[in-house]
Design a binder for this molecule. Structure first.
Ligand code: HEM
Length: 557
C-alpha cells in the first residue's frame, strides 16, 4: 500500500477510486434504494434525479420558471427536479402545499429559507410556526388595508415626481425625435421611493435624481455610496438564491465562507452585492432609529417593526449570552427585516407595474376598454371637459379607482401571466401526507410552479393569452373560470404565509396604472415590442421596457 501511494499516478488512481466510491454511496445507492419513493416521477434527465445540479443550472440561468414550464409540458403535472424535490402543476396541490391547513398536516417552509437567510431571519424566512405567527401578528397592523390607505399622500408624492419626470422628458425632445424611456427603471425608482418613505419615513429620492445612488454603512460604521442599487439588489438576489439551492448543509456553509474570500469570484457572481444591499439597509435602519418617532400619523413599517416586542431578550438569547449579544442579535434581526421591507416592498411591485403596462400596450382593445372605464372618473377636468394639464391634478385618488372591475382585471391578468414571484416556493413534508391525491413521504420537498399553474389548460380558455375579460365575464366553455382564477391563484401565495404587503402593492398598481394610461399615449419601442424579458431570481424581474411617450391630446377624449 505504501509503495502504491509513493507514486503520484497511484495517488491519482486512489483519488478517483475514492471519488467513485463516494459517488456510489452518496448518489447511486439512495437513488436505487429510493427511500422517498420518488423514482416513479419523471425527471427532466438523470442529472436532475441524481443530483441538485440540474436545478442549480436552471436557477443560475435566470430562466428557471420557463425551463420548468417546458418540462411540465413535456413530462406531466408532477415532476422530480432534484433527488428529494417534486414540482407540482396540479391545481389541487395548491391547497395541500400552501393552504391554511398545510401547516397542521406537516407541510412547512423548507430549509431553503434558512440557507437564504443571513445570521438572522426576516419574516419571510422564519420557519418555526409559533415564532412566525407571533412576529406576523406583531406587525400585521402596519400592512393592513386601513393603514395602507393612510399612506396615500406618500404614494401620490412619488407618483407626482414620476409624472413630472415624464413631462420634462416629453418637453425636452424635439418633435418626432423623442428617445425612448426605459420605463421599467423609472417604475423601479418609483416603488423604491415609495418603500423608502412608507417603510422608513425616509424617501430615497431616486426619481428626483433619476439615479439609484444611495448611502450605505457597514456594521462597523464606515459609510460609502452604492451606485446602481437596483442592479446591486438583482445581482445579490441571484447569488443568494443560487446559494440557497446548494445542499448539503456543510457544503453550503463551506461555500458561503469561502466565496467572499476569493474577491474576484465574489464580485463576479454577486456575493459582494449582497453586502452592499445589506449596508444600504443598515444605513436606512440607523437613520430611522436616530429619527425616533415616525413623523406622520400613519407611521411607517419600521415603526411597527422597531416596537415589536417579540424580539425580546429571552428569544434572542440575552439570558444565556448577556446584554451585548442580545443587542447584537436584535440589531441583526432588525437589519433582516429592513432588507425584507426594502426588497419585498419594491421589486415585486415594480415588476407588476411594468408587466401591466406592457400587456396593455400590446393589447390595444384592453387598453381602450380600460380608458372607457376610467374616462368618467378623470379628476379635475377643465370646463371644456378636457384632461387637466397639470401633473398634480391628473392623479386619480385611490377612492376613485379601488373598486373598478376592469382596472383590477387588467392588473390581475398580468399578475397571472407574469407572477412577480414565479419561484416555486419550497415546502418540506415532515409527516406522511397526501398532496393532490398522491402519497408523499417525510423528507420530500414540494412546491407548485406559479408560472405554469396560472396557465393550466384545464382551467382557462387560451391560457397564454392576455384577456382581462376572463376575470369578470362568464365563459360558457369554462363555466368555473372566474372562480378558478381566484381559487388557484398563487401570485401572493396562500394561507398563513401569504403576502402581508399585497394591499400596498395593489394600491400602488391601481392608482399608478389609472393615472398613466389616461395622461399619456405610449408606444413600445422596437426592442421591447416582441418580448419583455423575465429574469428569475427569487423575484422574477422584467428586463428593460423602452417606450415612446407623449401627452394625450385632450380634444380626443
Ligand atoms: C405585486 C407585488 C407583490 C407580490 C407578487 C408578492 C408576492 C409574495 C409572495 C408570493 C409571498 C410568499 C413568499 C414565500 O412563501 O416565500 C410574499 C410574502 C411576503 N411579502 Fe409580498 N408580494 C408583493 C408585494 C409586497 C409588498 C409591497 C410588501 C411589503 C411592503 C411585501 C411583503 C411581504 C412579506 C413581509 C412576506 C412574508 C409574509 C409571511 O411569511 O408571513 N410584499 N409576497
Amino acid at each position: 500500500m505504501m509503495l502504491l501511494l509513493a507514486s503520484p499516478l497511484s495517488a491519482v488512481y486512489c483519488l478517483i477510486a475514492a471519488s467513485l466510491l463516494y459517488l456510489t454511496f452518496k448518489i447511486l445507492v439512495p437513488y436505487f434504494r429510493d427511500p422517498l419513493n420518488l423514482r416513479k416521477y419523471p425527471a427532466p434527465n438523470l442529472l436532475a434525479a441524481l443530483t441538485p445540479l440540474w436545478l442549480l443550472r436552471a436557477t443560475w440561468s435566470q430562466r428557471r420558471s420557463r425551463i420548468i414550464h417546458e418540462e411540465i409540458k413535456r413530462l406531466g403535472d408532477v415532476i422530480r427536479v432534484s433527488p428529494n424535490q417534486l414540482i407540482f402543476n396540479d391545481p389541487a396541490a395548491i391547497k395541500d402545499i400552501y393552504g391554511v391547513l398545510a401547516l397542521s398536516h406537516g407541510v412547512a417552509k423548507d430549509e431553503f429559507y434558512d440557507r437564504l437567510a443571513g445570521d438572522a431571519h426576516d419574516l419571510v424566512q422564519l420557519r418555526d410556526r409559533a415564532e412566525h405567527s407571533e412576529r406576523r401578528k406583531a406587525i400585521a397592523n402596519a400592512f393592513a388595508a386601513k393603514t395602507v390607505v393612510n399612506m396615500e399622500p406618500v404614494v401620490r408624492r412619488s407618483l407626482l415626481q414620476l409624472l413630472v419626470n415624464i413631462d420634462k422628458h416629453i418637453e425636452a425632445a424635439s418633435p418626432g425625435e423623442q428617445p425612448p424611456i426605459n420605463l421599467r427603471k423609472w417604475l423601479n425608482f418609483f416603488t423604491l421611493d415609495v418603500i423608502g418613505d412608507t417603510g422608513f419615513g425616509l424617501p430615497l429620492g431616486f426619481l428626483e435624481e433619476l439615479a439609484d445612488t444611495t448611502e450605505a454603512e457597514t456594521e462597523g460604521g464606515t459609510r460609502y455610496r452604492v451606485t446602481d442599487m437596483i442592479d446591486v439588489l438583482h445581482r445579490g438576489t441571484r447569488y443568494s438564491v443560487l446559494m440557497a439551492n446548494i445542499t448539503p448543509y456543510r457544503l453550503n456553509r463551506l461555500l458561503k465562507n469561502v466565496i467572499p474570500k476569493i474577491r474576484l469570484l465574489a464580485s463576479r457572481i454577486g456575493s459582494t452585492c449582497t453586502d452592499d444591499f445589506e449596508n444600504v439597509c443598515i444605513r436606512q435602519l440607523r437613520k430611522r432609529i436616530e429619527k425616533g418617532q415616525a413623523d406622520r400619523e400613519s407611521g411607517d413599517f419600521m415603526d411597527f417593526i422597531l416596537k415589536d416586542k417579540t424580539r425580546s431578550s429571552d428569544k434572542l438569547g440575552a439570558a444565556t449570552q448577556g446584554e451585548r449579544q442580545f443587542s447584537y442579535a436584535k440589531f441583526r434581526s432588525l437589519v433582516a427585516d429592513a432588507q425584507m421591507v426594502m426588497n419585498a416592498g419594491s421589486d415585486t411591485t415594480a415588476a407588476a407595474l411594468t408587466s401591466t403596462i406592457w400587456f396593455l400596450l400590446q393589447n390595444p382593445c384592453a387598453l381602450a376598454r380600460l380608458r372607457q372605464e376610467l374616462a368618467p372618473l378623470v379628476p379635475n377636468r377643465t370646463s371644456d371637459g378636457d384632461l387637466p394639464s397639470s401633473a398634480a391634478a391628473s392623479m386619480f385618488s385611490y377612492d376613485a379607482v379601488k373598486d373598478l372591475p376592469y382596472l383590477r382585471a387588467c392588473i390581475d391578468e398580468s399578475l397571472r401571466l407574469r407572477p412577480p414571484i414565479a419561484y416555486q416556493l419550497p415546502r418540506l413534508v415532515s409527516r406522511p401526507v397526501k398532496i393532490a391525491g398522491r402519497d408523499i413521504l417525510p423528507g420530500t420537498v414540494v412546491a407548485v410552479a406559479p408560472y405554469s399553474v396560472h396557465r393550466h389548460p384545464s382551467l382557462y380558455r387560451d391560457p397564454d393569452e392576455y384577456r382581462p375579460e376572463r376575470w369578470i365575464e362568464f365563459d360558457e366553455g369554462f363555466p368555473n373560470q372566474r372562480d378558478d382564477l381566484r381559487k388557484y391563484n398563487i401570485v401572493f401565495s396562500q394561507g398563513s404565509r401569504a403576502c402581508i404587503g399585497r394591499h400596498l402593492a395593489i394600491f400602488e398598481l391601481q392608482v399608478l396604472v389609472a393615472t398613466i394610461v389616461m395622461r399619456y399615449d405610449m408606444e413600445l419601442a422596437e426592442e421591447s415590442k416582441k418580448e419583455l424579458l423575465i429574469f428569475d431570481r427569487f423575484n422574477s424581474n422584467p428586463g428593460p421596457m423602452y417606450v415612446k411617450i407623449k401627452r394625450r391630446i385632450p380634444a380626443s377624449l
